[in-house]
Design a protein around this ligand. Structure first.
Ligand code: SF4
Length: 412
């Protein structure tokens, strides 16, 4: 008997979760994006608005992960978690798994964050955030040898730095997260003592399980209230090297804010651009919900009153979410990356060292109709909605995209 076919099936089921629509226009840190100063490769860095919108609408995932990708995710999570264990053993651990809901009434921004690691400098008492990332291959080489963090991670750290600039603010969010965990534990205990049906307090149990906060309260109380450090910690999964960057923010003469890497200004994108793009994404979600509500009302389903039974409210929301998922192209944000580069662009990217030699050489090899594989931005290659997006942008390519997806699945 072979075990891997069974194990892999379970692993793939765990890593390829079902998609579901989002009623609230919450944005995720992994969906951060910004307008780039250098637009040779693309106009933006980070998550394309259309891909993030697809997640919010609950579009079915057309590009599922294969066993290799799933194993890479798992290896990455295990290594990232191990940094936290090491921080405990090294005596610098303060907190991990700190969940924070960043909400801004003025802009409507709703951004749930989770801090991997809060550590303390044992000599100065300075608090700081460590973001643990694992990398491999050509991207890792650029980080380790090129001495530059990935811009996706840089955006995440800049958000943390902007939201929690001092130890005093960071302490407060950790205490709030810790208190919430205690409140949830007490509320669940009460329900258990009452003999309540577990389904009736499922939302409490889910929130309790998701809140994985751990805190060293003594170290937290003793830490400094002044400015914090925000560090990006990289480990490579293949060569097992490490590299760390200290990330900060500086303000230019025009009042715009830019990242710094190890104290040196890095004018890749402005911090303002990250927040602006989040707001644009939220507006697409709001417009989609408004249109879906209009369509549902047109079909005779009126919104229940606030005092209606929760089951009726839920049914209405489900109807609206189903409508959102199927809204036509006019309601989607634009496709912001190029799925397929032309020859001229490939040449320019190679000369600018923006693509690897092996990728360039592969693009130059003569291809038959059977072996044709377009070269484009890596974000499209890994996009959950590539098939849906490309088939809409290039209807004439729909068959090719479907064939490529099935080839990839067979290869897995
Ligand atoms: S395929 Fe590319 S352009 Fe289309 S949604 Fe995905 S990342 Fe965006």
């Amino acid at each position: 008997m072979k075990l891997f076919p069974i194990l892999n099936q379970t692993m793939l089921a765990q890593e390829n979760r079902d998609s579901y629509g989002s009623w609230e226009s919450k944005v995720w840190p992994s969906e951060a994006s910004a307008v780039l100063s250098d637009q040779r490769e693309s106009n933006i860095v980070g998550k394309c608005h259309r891909a993030a919108f697809g997640r919010m609408m609950g579009w079915p995932v057309t590009n599922t992960v294969d066993a290799v990708a799933a194993r890479r995710f798992i290896a990455g999570r295990l290594m990232e978690g191990d940094i936290t264990r090491l921080a405990k053993d090294a005596g610098v651990f303060v907190a991990s798994g700190v969940r924070v809901q960043v909400q801004d009434e003025e802009t409507g921004l709703h951004l749930p964050l989770e801090l991997d690691l809060v550590a303390v400098n044992p000599e100065t008492g300075q608090l700081g955030i460590g973001e643990n990332k694992t990398i491999y291959g050509y991207g890792a080489k650029k980080v380790i040898e090129g001495g530059q963090p990935k811009l996706e991670g840089l955006m995440q750290l800049v958000i943390y730095r902007n939201e929690f600039p001092t130890g005093a603010i960071l302490k407060q969010v950790i205490i709030d997260g810790w208190r919430r965990k205690q409140e949830l534990a007490e509320a669940i205990q009460e329900k258990v003592a009452e003999g309540a049906d577990p389904f009736s307090y499922k939302s409490l149990t889910r929130e309790f399980e998701r809140n994985r906060i751990e805190v060293d309260l003594e170290k937290l109380a003793a830490a400094d209230d002044g400015p914090i450090f925000t560090n990006m910690l990289y480990e490579t999964r293949d060569s097992c090297e490490d590299r760390e960057f200290e990330i900060g923010i500086f303000e230019d003469d025009n009042g715009l804010h830019w990242p710094t890497i190890d104290g040196i200004p890095a004018k890749f994108f402005t911090v303002e651009s990250i927040y602006e793009r989040y707001q644009v994404l939220q507006r697409y979600h709001e417009a989609a919900k408004l249109e879906a509500r209009r369509r549902v009302a047109r079909d005779g389903y009126m919104e229940p009153s606030e005092n209606a039974r929760s089951g009726d409210i839920w049914k209405y929301k489900e109807r609206v979410l189903a409508e959102m998922k199927n809204l036509p192209y006019e309601f989607w944000p634009p496709a912001e990356y190029e799925w397929r580069y032309d020859e001229e662009k490939i040449e320019m990217l190679f000369q600018a060292k923006l693509i690897s030699k092996s990728a360039y050489e592969a693009s130059q090899r003569k291809k038959t109709a059977k072996t044709y594989k377009p070269m484009g931005h890596w974000a499209c290659a890994f996009c959950n909605f590539k098939q849906k997006c490309v088939a809409t942008e290039f209807p004439e390519m729909a068959h090719l995209v479907a064939d490529l997806a099935s080839q990839e699945e067979e290869a897995a």
